[in-house]
Write a protein that binds this ligand. Structure first.
Ligand code: URA
Length: 281
């Protein structure tokens, strides 16, 4: 800038200001990303480490009161069950009365059908992980409310990030709409796998009908069975390529109060460029 005594790039007060501005800008970008799923960094670590972390998420969810109506009425928080290092994860809708009593997802009639279908493809509950969009039972088994889905989704995304399944099978509309991020219904989507980025990971997403729907509408059972029978084929495919994990940001340098005063003084003296221009250097 003509007439001003700017410091050489990489040194002095101008550099300090630019560096703070850059870091704050990056933090802004990352927190916007967090609003879409609460996760910005892919979890690494051994299966044992991820499992330990999953237990911590479970503990956190167990004390959750984000949905006051659900928290007041529940007997237990139904976090999920199965293998914490599973290749296949199922996501249902919400716990019912039996699940609420036992603290385990899919233990009622729909759960028995899920077990039967798993058995038909040579799998057991202990080999997969089963969870839901909601971790608490909605009163009278009503549909989950948008606010409840919003409140609970962080637990689902963190679970997904920690288990790292290759295939995520959504059971019915609620899970499918949440994980695809759009309103297309299960009737159009069932049985069609797609590669999807969910939070920091890429998975093979495979929407199928909810087992409860097949209990109510018997004609859907054949469709559900046919869709289910493709799971071994999907599990045998190579895992989808993962995005590069984003390295954690270093903490921003917060200047001491006397430094701030010094910086402000420098700004006046040097007619410092507005903050939006700092990133150009
Ligand atoms: N239906 C669901 O969606 N989840 C359960 O856990 C039980 C029934």
């Amino acid at each position: 800038m003509p007439g001003s005594e700017r410091s050489a790039p990489g040194t002095g007060r101008g550099h300090l200001l630019r560096s703070i501005a850059r870091r704050l800008r990056r933090r802004g970008g990352r927190s916007r990303q967090a609003a879409g799923g609460g996760i910005t960094v892919g979890t690494m670590g051994t299966a044992e480490e991820r499992r330990e972390e999953l237990k911590a998420v479970w503990q956190q969810a167990s004390a959750c009161t984000r949905c006051p109506q659900l928290a007041a009425a529940r007997k237990t928080v139904v976090f999920g069950s199965g293998n914490a290092d599973a290749d296949l994860m199922f996501v249902g809708e919400a716990p019912g009365a039996r699940e609420d009593e036992q603290g385990v997802p899919f233990v009622g009639q729909a759960g028995r059908l899920l077990d039967t279908l798993l058995g038909e493809i040579g799998l057991t509950r202990g080999e997969v992980f089963v969870t839901n969009v909601l971790r608490c039972r909605p009163p009278q088994n009503r549909d989950p409310l948008p606010s409840e889905i919003d409140n609970c989704q962080e637990y689902l995304f963190r679970t997904l990030d920690l288990i790292q399944p290759r295939v995520v099978c959504t059971l019915g509309n609620f899970a499918t709409k949440l994980l695809r991020g759009d309103q297309t219904g299960i009737t159009r989507l069932h049985g069609r796998e797609e590669i999807r980025r969910i939070g920091p990971r890429t998975v093979r997403l495979y929407p199928i009908y909810h087992p409860a729907a097949a209990l109510y509408t018997r004609s859907l059972l054949d469709t559900l069975r046919a869709d289910f029978s493709r799971l071994p084929e999907l599990l045998a495919l190579d895992p989808p390529a993962q995005p590069q994990p984003v390295a954690p940001e270093p903490e921003p340098v917060v200047p001491e109060p006397e430094q701030v005063e010094e910086i402000e003084a420098t700004r006046v003296l040097e007619h410092e460029a507005p903050e939006t221009q700092l990133g150009l250097f």
